[in-house]
Design a protein around this ligand. Structure first.
Ligand SMILES: NC(=O)c1ccc[n+]([C@@H]2O[C@H](COP(=O)([O-])OP(=O)(O)OC[C@H]3O[C@@H](n4cnc5c(N)ncnc54)[C@H](O)[C@@H]3O)[C@@H](O)[C@H]2O)c1
Length: 256
């Protein structure tokens, strides 16, 4: 489904780098930025889905997004991917720290190794990707970094302690980076989705009974789609939000 959206002239030809851009909300962002004629690059571990998306976007926009297979838990590989994008497309002006996993765990069973792994996926790459693109954005005279948060820690979701901790920390990261990078015209914001009906969510977690609860809780009724989140990312990335930084934009239909 494609919702109609605004066109942001400032996004045309801007280089955007999306982590986890191959499926779910990240894929909607890859598509949405491509429709704005931005130069889109994304990393993902899901190679098959990512290659399918490249073909789809190529067919729709005439320009294939640049896909680089990369596990964001590997900081050196992430930095190398960012360097490769710079070489092939130019300096990155928009960074979207989106890759994450909300796999559930029982409180009693989480091991220190699993805790570290959750942070290595859900928090650490956002810092190191930001560190790697700082020089690009300074060179461009500014940029926009968007960190994906979540309402899960605000609403007290269960069986997600490590993920929720990482997601709460994403907003701390946003505010710290925004303070330090603001002087270079680099804006940093958190984009926090509510219950977004991605394929994965529907397959793994959202039963018809749970969807009823979600609908009863949201102020605005109806499914939140990946496109709803992607369209807010366009605004946060574009010059239209030029003085908006260090904020959290919550897109949950009214809940948190
Ligand atoms: N879907 C929701 O309801 C929801 C709610 C709150 C927050 N969020 C946040 O939105 C963002 C996107 O979520 P989503 O629902 O689209 O998730 P998703 O699992 O559908 O997609 C995540 C993408 O990241 C990729 N990925 C996972 N591990 C990776 C790794 N190690 N290296 C590289 N890529 C990796 C996956 O292959 C996938 O393409 C996440 O930050 C998530 O925490 C989602």
């Amino acid at each position: 489904m494609h919702l109609s959206s605004a066109v942001y002239p400032s996004l045309a030809n801007r280089v955007v780098f999306i982590t986890g851009g191959g499926s779910g909300i990240g894929a909607a962002m890859t598509q949405a930025f491509a429709r704005q004629r931005a130069k889109v690059a994304f990393v993902d571990i899901a190679e098959e889905a990512s290659r399918r998306l490249v073909d789809e976007v190529h067919g729709a926009s005439g320009v294939p997004p640049l896909f680089l297979p990369c596990d964001v838990r590997d900081v050196a590989m992430l930095a190398a991917s960012i360097a490769s994008v710079r070489e092939r497309l130019g300096p990155i002006g928009i960074l979207i720290n989106n890759a994450a996993s909300d796999d559930r765990h029982r409180l009693e069973e989480l091991t220190p190794q699993q805790w570290d792994e959750r942070m290595a996926l859900n928090l650490r790459p956002a810092f190191f990707a930001s560190q790697a693109v700082m020089a690009h954005m300074r060179e461009l005279g500014g940029g926009s970094i968007i960190n994906l948060g979540s309402i899960c820690w605000r609403i007290g979701a269960a069986n997600l302690t490590a993920y929720a901790t990482a997601k709460a920390a994403m907003h701390g990261l946003t505010r710290s980076l925004a303070r330090e990078l603001g002087a270079h015209g680099i804006r940093v914001n958190t984009l926090s989705p509510g219950c977004v009906m991605t394929e994965r969510q529907l397959q793994l977690w959202v039963s018809p009974a749970q969807e009823k609860i979600i609908q009863a809780t949201q102020y605005v009724k109806g499914r939140i789609l990946p496109e709803h989140i992607a369209h807010c990312a366009l605004f946060l990335a574009a010059d239209d939000s030029a003085m908006l930084t260090a904020q959290e934009m919550i897109v949950d239909g009214g809940w948190a």
